[in-house]
Write a protein that binds this ligand. Structure first.
Ligand SMILES: [Zn+2]
Length: 410
């Protein structure tokens, strides 16, 4: 594909050269705005739980499946009956909350049909307590409006029933705002601006690689490039392990315990932020230097869903030290894949997902089954010893139809 930009027809709403991107920005509501934002979340939480209750009752009592369109049709009545509560909020935002429940049910039904893969654990969607209902999605221009920063760094997001909130715009936002999400994380607030933007294809590089992600190294490419895990993970892991030890020893209900929990939440948040930056940089480097990137299609659910929680939603007793390292890294792969895919789409690059089975222990030259005497080495009976991650990355490249995945323009 030539590196020139294709002409965009503005009359065509199904324009294929548009991609969707999300920008996450810190928001600074005033005290009264924060109070109203909390009430917004609580009201949406009530709506979510009521809709869930209705679906449960219908199924238990009459074996009837209630659909999203059925629940959406009831909204008008619900709002009319509660003018000072539900009636104050944006209709389309309430529809988004009902859709969110619908997505949870679709995932539930999918898993239910697929029980043996999940060892019989099929979680029915649960009621959410107020403190865990943390986001509401608005359609831009309908109950929410985005006012970008012109030159300075302060932008504004206006939400119905909350007001005009100040937002720190630390990076340039390219494209037209389609949706705005108001989100709470611990005691901080964020606005996520979702935009449609044009693809700006990067010039071809001739480099096409398979990429293996792992625990020991962050990633390894089929042409031999290695990106190590960032060092901050080690330091953060030590701090979290220590805080957790102290937390376990602290008197339940004591001020000391509360303080430790807040410190833990702060540490997790810090890791999540550092890791996100790292993922953006690593993804940017790959997208700039490769035309095609092949990845394993890791089953994200099975990787991140652990009893110990994830970095985004850490359980209180997240770890068992053995699990700590994993939970720090695990949540990362899914996020990295998402970021990489989004950046690739905006740049006109290709990301291919391949079947992950046995990529690490199959010899990439002769396809024989290898032994793995050490974590970082595999041995093929005919070809000899390979670096385990490079071997995996080359298998991934081959499965994606990229040949050996060793072609490089450099
Ligand atoms: Zn071999």
């Amino acid at each position: 594909m030539p590196p020139t930009r294709r002409p965009v027809s503005h009359t065509d709403s199904e324009d294929p050269v548009q991609v969707r991107r999300a920008y996450r920005l810190r928001a600074y509501p005033t005290r009264p705005q924060e109070g109203r934002a909390v009430r917004l979340l609580n009201d949406h939480c009530d709506l979510y739980n009521a809709a869930l209750q209705e679906r449960r009752d219908a199924w238990r009592k009459c074996n009837v499946r209630i659909t999203y369109s059925h629940q959406s049709a009831q909204l008008k009545e619900i709002r009319a009956a509660d003018p000072d509560g539900q009636g104050r909020h944006s209709f389309t935002a309430q529809q988004q909350t009902l859709r969110r429940l619908n997505v949870a049910f679709q995932a539930f039904f999918r898993r239910a049909q697929d029980t043996n893969r999940h060892q019989g654990k099929v979680g029915y969607p649960r009621f959410k307590p107020y403190q865990r209902f943390n986001q509401v999605l608005f359609v831009a221009g309908d109950g929410a409006r985005w006012e970008p920063a012109n030159d300075g760094r302060w932008a504004y997001a206006r939400f119905q029933a909350v007001g005009q909130i100040k937002v720190k715009q630390h990076r340039k936002i390219v494209g037209r705002a389609k949706a705005l999400q108001l989100k709470r994380e611990d005691r901080r607030w964020y606005v996520i601006v979702i935009v449609d933007t044009e693809i700006e294809p990067l010039p071809p590089t001739g480099r096409r690689v398979g990429v293996d992600v792992g625990l020991a190294r962050f990633l390894t490419t089929s042409d031999g490039q290695v990106v190590d895990n960032p060092r901050f993970l080690d330091a953060a892991q030590a701090r979290i392990a220590e805080l957790q030890r102290r937390n376990e020893r602290a008197q339940p209900g004591s001020g000391n315990r509360r303080r430790l929990r807040r410190q833990l939440a702060r540490e997790w948040r810090r890791i999540a932020n550092q890791r996100r930056d790292f993922h953006h940089k690593a993804a940017r480097a790959l997208v700039n230097s490769c035309d095609t990137v092949a990845l394993e299609n890791l089953r994200v659910a099975s990787m991140t869903a652990s009893a110990s929680g994830t970095v985004e939603q850490p359980g209180v007793n997240v770890a068992q030290k053995a699990g700590l390292n994993r939970s720090i890294l695990d949540a990362g792969w899914a996020q990295f894949t998402r970021i990489l895919t989004a950046k690739a789409a905006s740049a006109g690059r290709r990301v291919v997902r391949v079947d992950p089975s046995h990529t690490s222990v199959t010899c990439h030259v002769c396809s024989a089954r290898c032994t793995r005497p050490r974590q970082d080495t595999v041995v093929c009976p005919s070809c000899g010893q390979w670096d385990a991650d490079v071997n995996g990355a080359r298998n991934i490249a081959a499965r994606a139809g990229l040949g050996s995945g060793q072609a490089s323009a450099a």
